[in-house]
Design a protein around this ligand. Structure first.
Ligand SMILES: [Zn+2]
Length: 78
């Protein structure tokens, strides 16, 4: 579970980008922190970089598919 201290620096979003899941080993569509839907592992990645492969951790087949889901998206100032 990701941690933070100063919640006033985070804003909750209903954007559909947070609902999409992405296969291991594909390019991350957005920069940010992603969470594995099977094991709960979390990673930070730059946009376009390759998401970790399926074997990044041991997985329980009973916990569903191995996929990455966007958890936190950094908003860059223009
Ligand atoms: Zn995992």
């Amino acid at each position: 579970m990701a941690l933070y201290k100063h919640g006033n620096n985070l804003t909750q979003s209903q954007d559909a980008a947070f609902d999409a899941t992405h296969s291991p080993g594909v390019a991350a569509p957005y920069p940010g922190i992603y969470r594995c839907t099977n094991c709960g592992d979390e990673i930070a990645i730059a946009g376009g970089h390759t998401l970790p492969p399926q074997n990044h951790k041991q997985h329980d087949p009973n916990k569903g598919k191995i996929a990455w889901q966007l958890l936190v998206y950094p908003v860059q100032q223009k």
